[in-house]
Structures are given as structure tokens and as C-alpha cells.
Design a protein around this ligand. Structure first.
Ligand code: TMO
Length: 313
């Protein structure tokens, strides 16, 4: 009897000394999906990792700017790809209101900006300098843009402020927004046939860099506040007189309530960390190999257990 009491006391003390994490809620973790492939595949990768831990997951198509407000309110649980260039501003604004926080910075270094496939340089030898691009604007003219050059921007929700940049720098370009990421790739592929010069929005990490060697246009370097403070950037009375960050972050964001509602999933999310090469590969599985994002995620997980299994421990 004394022995049993001692055992029970011992067990109780051990339980007190190492508090057991509460179990994850059985409610689904809501993962938002956007309109470029790496984000969709990475969301499925993280979602399938959570499912392997016994959590329920639901994917919801969400506008890539509005998502920060959705996460802040707990309507979505997390965001796996916070690109500094496109979403830094919306993320900061949501954090200031409260309810969303910065979980981790991934290893990947990101860049999003005007870009051209290398054959374009033959028509415009001063590239990548933006002034040289501007001098060649007529080479990028289309029936739609008259004697000005066409810049093919991404879908509008990526909010790249290309028109503001054209206005601030006085460029001879017209901004035309593509309806989807797939439309960007179709335009590069079409231009490739007869090596037509083309300048469009692109980013890294992405599959495109392995398919079409190319370069980013070098605008005046980004500095903090260039998008809000006329004094920042080379022109004293303009905002957006600069490029996007050339060494941008890729962060993970989460709803503040996630760590209490799904503590195990949250602990894993804190360890999720992808490199440029891994993210480019995720995009390739869909955009080059034609896989469905869900299957691409399963294939990636199967081939990379050594990478992600430790995140669940
Ligand atoms: C937001 N994106 C990565 C497509 O530039």
C-alpha cells in the first residue's frame, strides 16, 4: 500500500514537473490558398504534415492581401508565404491592429519585380538598368499600348504598384495586368518562339528561373518607406521611385489563438522552414510537371521525409 502511494505520488510529481501539452482541437486548421503555385503546394505540404499528426485541415481560397485581416480575426489560422515585397505592408498593418503575429522567417530569400528572359537583352543591350529599359520602351510596344512599351504585371491582388512606379519614374510604359500566374508563363512561352522582347512581373524562388534564364530590372534600390515617404528613394517628391526589396524575407504568420487551440501544430509550424530550391521545386511540380497541388505536396513529402519529420517531433 505504501509502495502504491509512493508510486502514485511519484507519477503525480512527474506530471507536475513536465506539464503535458494540451491536445490540439479537433476543429479544422484553416489554411488559406492563393493564386501562385508554390504557395498552394506549400500550404498542402504543411496541411498534410498537420494531418499526419492527427489534426483536421481545411483549405480556403483567399485573396492574398485580405488574408492578413482574415488571419488576424481567426477566420484563417495561418499564412505560409508572407513575401516581403507583395505583402509586407498588409502584414504590418494587420499586426498593428492585433491578433496576428510573425511565427518564423524561412531560409528563402525572395525577390519580386520587373523581369525579362535573357533574349530580351539583344533588343535592349543596356539592361538590367531601368533607364536603359526605358530608352528601349518602343521595343515592347503592342497594339494595346500604342508607342509605349507594355509591362505585363501580375494579378492585381499582388498590389505591386507598377503604375505608381511608372508614374514616379516617368517611364514610357503602360501597365497591363495578367489575370493569372499561368497567363504570365504563357506569354513568356509565346515570346520565346521568335525571341520577342518581353518585360513582365516575376519572382524568385519560382520554377521559371530553371526554364527561362533571365534577370530582374535594376531600379533605384528599395529603402524602407519608399512606398509611403516621398523623401525616401532618389526623387525627393515621389513615392514608389524605387524597386522592390532585392533580398526580401519569406515569413510565416499565424492567428494569435493558434498556439492555445492547436499547440502541437503550432510547435511544428514554428519549425517549418524552406529554402529557395525547395520552393522552386514545389512550383515546378505543378507548373512544369502538371501535377495537382495536393498530389505535388504528397510527392514532395514522400521524397523529403528527412526534411520535415523532425519538425513534428
Ligand atoms: C506574390 N508573388 C510571390 C507571386 O509575387
Amino acid at each position: 500500500m505504501q509502495k502504491l502511494t509512493r508510486l502514485l505520488l511519484g507519477a503525480a510529481t512527474a506530471a507536475l514537473a513536465s506539464p503535458v501539452l494540451a491536445e490540439d482541437s479537433s476543429d479544422p486548421i484553416i489554411i488559406p490558398i492563393h493564386n501562385w503555385s508554390s504557395q498552394i503546394v506549400m500550404s498542402n505540404v504543411v496541411g498534410q504534415i498537420f494531418e499526419s499528426m492527427g489534426d483536421a485541415v481545411e483549405y480556403v481560397s483567399t485573396d492574398s492581401q485580405a488574408v492578413y485581416e482574415a488571419v488576424r480575426l481567426g477566420d484563417a489560422t495561418l499564412e505560409v508565404e508572407v513575401w516581403e515585397g507583395a505583402f509586407g505592408k498588409s502584414f504590418r498593418a494587420a499586426m498593428e491592429k492585433g491578433g496576428i503575429h510573425d511565427v518564423a522567417t524561412q531560409a528563402a530569400i525572395t525577390r519580386e519585380d520587373w523581369w525579362y528572359p535573357l533574349w530580351t537583352k539583344e533588343a535592349c543591350p543596356g539592361l538590367p538598368d531601368w533607364k536603359a529599359l526605358n530608352d528601349c520602351a518602343a521595343k515592347f510596344a503592342t497594339p494595346e499600348t500604342g508607342d509605349k512599351g507594355r509591362f505585363l504585371g501580375g494579378p492585381v491582388d499582388w498590389l505591386k504598384h507598377d503604375q505608381e512606379k511608372v508614374d514616379a519614374l516617368g517611364m514610357n510604359f503602360v501597365v497591363v495586368n495578367a489575370g493569372s500566374a499561368a497567363a504570365l508563363w504563357a506569354e513568356i512561352a509565346a515570346a520565346e518562339k521568335d525571341k520577342t522582347p518581353i518585360v513582365l512581373f516575376n519572382w524568385t524562388p519560382n520554377f521559371a528561373e530553371a526554364v527561362w534564364p533571365g534577370e530582374f530590372v535594376e531600379f533605384p534600390a528599395w529603402e524602407e518607406g519608399c512606398d509611403t515617404d516621398p523623401a525616401k528613394g532618389p526623387l525627393p517628391d515621389k513615392i514608389f521611385d524605387c524597386g522592390n526589396p532585392a533580398n526580401g524575407y519569406l515569413k510565416i504568420a499565424a492567428w494569435d489563438g493558434m498556439k492555445d487551440k492547436w499547440p502541437a501544430a503550432y510547435a511544428t509550424l514554428q519549425k517549418v522552414n524552406f529554402t529557395n530550391a525547395q520552393i522552386a521545386e514545389m512550383a515546378k511540380l505543378v507548373d512544369v510537371d502538371g501535377m495537382e497541388p495536393e498530389d505535388a505536396a504528397s510527392a514532395w513529402l514522400e521524397a523529403n521525409e528527412a526534411v520535415w519529420k523532425p519538425w513534428t517531433e
